[in-house]
Design a protein around this ligand. Structure first.
Ligand code: GCV
Length: 672
């Protein structure tokens, strides 16, 4: 299947102020990354301005001659310099003497600066005002693909995998297109296979696939991206014929040391492994009464000689819970399993923590492991694959949610220490930290199924690089690059995106309770779908009240937070209302700050959610004629489906609570 260029689709626009600079480019280092930076500038010059940009290798002496000879020819200098402040893949862009200069300490910095400059050109920024130094905040800016080797994608909503097909690794022109796309927003690490490593995927670490992985690794490396794989903790048994995978067994340690050698030796940019262990049926150290630290450290030792990393997931909980048991609380699980191990993980282990204690619901509190682990490298895991947020059939722009998570104050050290401070390495001075997102791409021509879901892919990358950008700024950038510079389009689409997360929250599950979805595929409303099940996901609604008491009188989850968060969540009065039902069991007659009863809030928010989608459609329809036909209709169709589906959510949820409580809607609307 073909593919579109997404936000790298540069439309011809000779009126842009930076046009004349895109005539020649000089560079002072000739590696594959800098060559790609030059290639990117030439591509932009050609597509935006129909200019065949010249390029030449250029050392400092020549540069001085040119500047002092007063040449007023405009152009772009790419310059590796020795400014150590730029050492963490940062860059500086300045303009002087009719030249735009992109300086960096690393080649990656040059590439990121180049993409920034192209973006700035399309956003029509005046070159004379260019004077910025950008240092990416998060050391690791990663994508986790949940792609299987048969070509399917776990929780994939945009076609099949472009990394695997029929049990083979694929490398083709899409591989490079993908690398360009994600590198243009600052992604520097990619895990290509599902964390659930089963069957032949276990063999990905063997020499069976090494040639293809090497080719892929080279393409990625030339765009500054490290290749990672997910591994199967039981591989020593499944591949090596050992009788155990016990991390404290000498034979197991030796087996892993041997096994990882190949990947690091053959693929210079190989980064390491992502591990899902003792989670949802995957094997792990618990089988051998070992801790997660013992499991992770054993692998860390194996990859250490190559500078490799072990990214170890904290998504560990009892998925065989008895729903009648009200003491066990899934929300507690990650913290209970990991917090006591703080300080015992090796330096090249990073714990990857999902943003909330449950599983990527539309609203959850921030995981208390952020702030709970003070001597351990942590990474934040978010999900741009919209598993629980409309599966890329609904618009749900997630960047505002991610920003809220990043700015959450943990009170772990200083009063102002946020999640961002922790995962960027700022609070505890660690260097192996960052962010990961479960990817939302596939073989669909537009990459992300819903055209507007590409805003999440773009936005995640930009946010992980420059978290201080606002959600609106990111949205506007993406819209301009994707749809062009027409103001009305930029305004309306920004508004659609900014309404979309609150809208989705309005018409789905209320006040942080989550989970009212159809089991297993997770699309569509089903209030009791997960209520009498084994997954630890209960709302506990009866005819009088709903919600889970997670205070000290309940499951005690609130105590996993530092004060004052603990106290804030502990009391019904101070608990943020959007999380009220997550932390408390509340009668339907309880009055919220708005003055509405809880039941009236449930009715009203669901009707409001549908109205929000109607507004989104109205905003989109006014763009008819402003946007290209095909994408315009593609999105319109999805918005119409979203509206029907939002009504379904509204009616199922409202009817459920009306029937359960027999409480009338004050506004007398139709509830079934
Ligand atoms: C990859 C949830 C998803 C699973 C996913 C798991 C995880 O349970 O529904 O599909 O498995 O999270 O993050 O490991």
């Amino acid at each position: 299947m073909g593919f579109e260029k997404a936000w790298l689709n540069y439309r011809k626009n000779v009126g842009l102020a930076m046009r004349n600079y895109f005539t020649f480019v000089t560079y002072n280092k000739e590696d594959s990354i800098v060559k790609n930076a030059v290639f990117e500038l030439k591509t932009a010059a050609k597509e935006l301005f129909s200019i065949e940009m010249k390029s030449s290798f250029f050392d400092t002496i020549l540069e001085n001659i040119n500047v002092s000879s007063g040449s007023n020819r405009k152009g772009i200098h790419l310059k590796i310099c020795d400014d150590k402040e730029l050492s963490t893949e940062g860059y500086r862009i300045t303009s002087k003497e009719e030249m735009i200069r992109i300086e960096a300490f690393t080649s990656q910095g040059i590439l990121y600066g180049t993409f920034d400059l192209i973006r700035s050109a399309i956003l029509n920024i005046d070159a004379h005002t260019l004077n910025k130094r950008i240092l990416p905040k998060n050391p690791l800016r990663m994508l986790n693909h949940w792609d299987n080797m048969d070509g399917s994608i776990e929780r994939g909503y945009s076609g099949n995998s472009f990394f695997f097909e029929h049990g083979e690794v694929i490398v083709n022109e899409r591989t490079k297109a993908y690398a360009r796309l994600v590198s243009s927003v600052g992604i520097n690490a990619v895990v290509i296979n599902n964390v659930n490593v089963r069957g032949i995927a276990t063999n990905l670490i063997t020499n069976r696939y090494i040639d293809k992985l090497k080719q892929m690794g080279e393409i990625f490396a030339a765009y500054g991206i490290k290749l990672f794989l997910s591994l199967n903790f039981a591989a020593p048994m499944e591949l090596g014929g050992l009788t155990t995978a016990d991390p404290c067994e000498e034979a197991v340690c030796l087996w892993w040391k041997e096994a990882v050698q190949l990947l690091f030796k053959e693929i210079p940019s190989f980064g390491g492994f992502l591990v899902k262990a003792d989670s949802e049926g995957r094997p792990g150290p618990f089988t051998y009464q070992r801790t997660h630290a013992q499991g992770a450290n054993m692998l860390a030792e194996a990859v250490k000689p190559y500078g490799g990393l072990i990214i170890w997931r904290c998504f560990v909980y009892n998925c065989k819970q008895d729903w009648r048991d009200t003491k066990t609380d899934r929300a507690r699980a990650s913290y209970d399993n990991f917090q006591s191990l703080d300080g015992s993980f090796s330096e090249n282990v990073i714990l990857q923590v999902k943003n909330g204690p449950m599983d990527f619901q539309v609203r959850e509190p921030v995981s208390p492991l952020f702030g709970g682990m003070k001597k351990t490298n942590l990474m934040l895991e978010v999900q741009i694959a919209q598993e629980y947020t409309g599966q890329q059939r609904h618009v749900c722009y997630l960047i505002p949610m991610f920003k809220d998570i990043l700015k959450f104050r943990t009170y772990c050290k200083e009063e102002n220490d946020t999640v961002l401070d922790i995962v960027s390495g700022n609070t505890y001075g660690n260097k192996n930290t960052g962010m990961a997102a479960v990817a939302n791409t596939g073989t669909d021509e537009n990459w992300t199924g819903h055209d507007l879901a590409a805003a999440n892919l773009y936005g995640y990358g930009r946010l992980s690089f420059e978290p201080e950008l606002t959600s609106e700024e990111i949205a506007k950038e993406w819209i301009t690059l994707t749809y062009g510079t027409k103001e009305q389009a930029i305004d309306n689409i920004t508004e659609i995106l900014m309404i979309s997360w609150p809208a989705y929250e309005n018409y789905t599950s209320p006040l942080g309770i989550g989970w009212m979805v159809n089991p297993s595929h997770h699309y569509g409303p089903n209030v009791d779908g997960y209520e009498y099940d084994r997954w630890g996901t209960y709302h506990r609604a009866d005819h009088k009240a709903i919600g889970v008491d997670r205070t000290k009188n309940g499951t005690g989850y609130t105590a996993q937070y530092h004060k004052p968060n603990e106290e804030l969540y502990e009391s019904v009065e101070t608990c943020p209302e959007e999380l009220l039902l997550f932390f408390h069991r509340i009668p339907y007659t309880y009055r919220l700050k708005s003055g509405k009863t809880l039941i009236q809030h449930i009715y009203d928010s669901h009707f409001e959610g549908v109205e929000n989608v109607e507004e989104m459609i109205r905003l989109w329809e006014t763009l008819k004629g402003e946007l290209e036909e095909v994408p315009f209709h593609r999105v319109l169709l999805r918005l119409q489906e979203q509206l029907e589906h939002a009504k379904e959510w509204r009616d199922v949820i409202c009817s459920y609570f009306y029937r359960k409580t027999a409480m009338e809607d004050e506004k007398g609307r139709k509830i079934y």
